[in-house]
Design a protein around this ligand. Structure first.
Ligand code: MG
Length: 377
């Protein structure tokens, strides 16, 4: 429908050209799909991809998956879905500020944790250990890609969501840098790089918030961290404690984003990219913290690791989750007939049993896993 009140896709694409930096990923340039489809009249390729992710079953299941605290433990703690939304907000805002593709950053962020197991990183470790005797391991970023490329059903004759190339490539970029800092095949787009660092900024800040709320770390302990003290300095001290904590965390996020933007701009000036491809081929990453912030950040990550993730209450919850996953895996290896029909069909079609069981378990919410293990008893 051509009408002066209606924005057609071509107009949105033209607006991208007018507004974005030359090194952004443009929807009409990086939006091609493995199986070509007719274009939508109103939405760009990335806007359509975003909608496909939001309407996927894997996205809805994020709500029932633990971040660090067990997802049904308390109403105010983060779960995988609220974490995803915080990452998306940061990625989208920073992409807008840097004049690169907000829709692409948003879509990658919404999909970045789709592959997460139930029970947080503890669940991921348990599944990986269960797979080891079969020469396999579990990586949530690879699983996120597998979900959008294979496991979600949207079309009759093709597997997955048929997302555009730039989104799938952006998911590949999502690596666990703490485990292996060299684990990089190439630089992703700047949009993908922003999602990666937004993920770090989001979890560090919400983990501080959740650990304070859970009484697992104290304000005195946090006071030993340089970054925390800096954020405190920017916050009026007369505020009531609850408000004050939110204000300090908000200030901490601002400090991190400020540093990220300054370092990104410095690196863009050095590289002077003229095309998205220049970013991907650059000998260094663009969207990173300064060296100084990286050091302070490392101290914060170590702090969270020592005081939060390895705290007894968290470990106890985690162990229960790990036992659940291992019990389900062991049982299904011996009794694959207990798998739902669609998964049994994958085995019948030639997929390895261990991989199908991995797909089934990784897709579970915490509660589903706890109920399923009971049904096996
Ligand atoms: Mg994440």
């Amino acid at each position: 429908m051509q009408n002066r009140f209606i924005a057609l896709r071509q107009e949105i694409e033209a607006a991208e050209k007018a507004r974005y930096a030359p090194f952004a990923c443009f929807a009409d340039d990086c939006g091609h799909r493995e199986y070509p489809e007719a274009e939508d009249p109103y939405r760009t390729a990335f806007q359509r991809d975003r909608d496909r992710v939001i309407h996927s079953r894997a996205y809805r299941r994020l709500r029932g998956k633990t971040q660090v605290f067990v997802a049904h433990h308390g109403d105010h703690y983060r779960n995988r879905l609220t974490h995803t939304m915080e990452v998306t907000q940061l990625a989208r805002d920073t992409a807008r500020t840097l004049r690169i593709n907000e829709d692409l950053a948003e879509t990658i962020a919404l999909a970045h944790d789709l592959g997460h197991t139930p029970f947080g990183h503890a669940g991921e470790r348990a599944l990986s250990e269960a797979l080891r005797p079969f020469g396999l391991k579990f990586e949530h970023n690879l699983q996120s890609r597998r979900i959008v490329e294979v496991l979600e059903t949207k079309f009759a004759h093709i597997k997955g969501l048929n997302l555009s190339w730039a989104v799938r490539d952006g998911l590949k970029k999502h690596r666990n840098l703490e485990e292996d800092p060299t684990d990089r095949e190439h630089n992703g787009s700047l949009e993908a790089q922003l999602v990666d660092i937004s993920d770090h900024i989001a979890y560090q800040n919400h983990d501080i918030d959740d650990s304070l709320r859970g009484g697992i770390v104290t304000l005195d302990e946090l006071g030993k961290l340089e970054l925390w003290r800096e954020a405190v300095k920017n916050t009026p001290s007369f505020l009531p404690e609850k408000v004050w904590i939110s204000a300090v965390i908000s200030s901490l996020i601002k400090i991190m984003i400020g540093d990220l933007l300054a370092e990104t701009v410095a690196r863009l000036e050095k590289l002077n990219p003229q095309h998205a491809e220049d970013i991907r081929k650059a000998p260094f990453e663009i969207a990173v913290f300064s060296e100084e912030m990286e050091q302070k950040n490392l101290a914060l990550r170590r702090f969270l690791y020592q005081k939060f993730y390895t705290k007894e209450a968290i470990i106890t919850q985690s162990e229960r989750g790990q036992q659940t996953i291992k019990a389900i895996f062991a049982r299904l290896i011996d009794h694959p007939e207990a798998l739902p029909k669609s998964f049994r069909e994958m085995i019948a079609a030639g997929e390895r049993k261990e991989i199908v069981i991995k797909d089934f378990i990784a897709g579970m919410t915490d509660n589903f896993a706890l109920e399923f293990v009971k049904s096996l008893a």
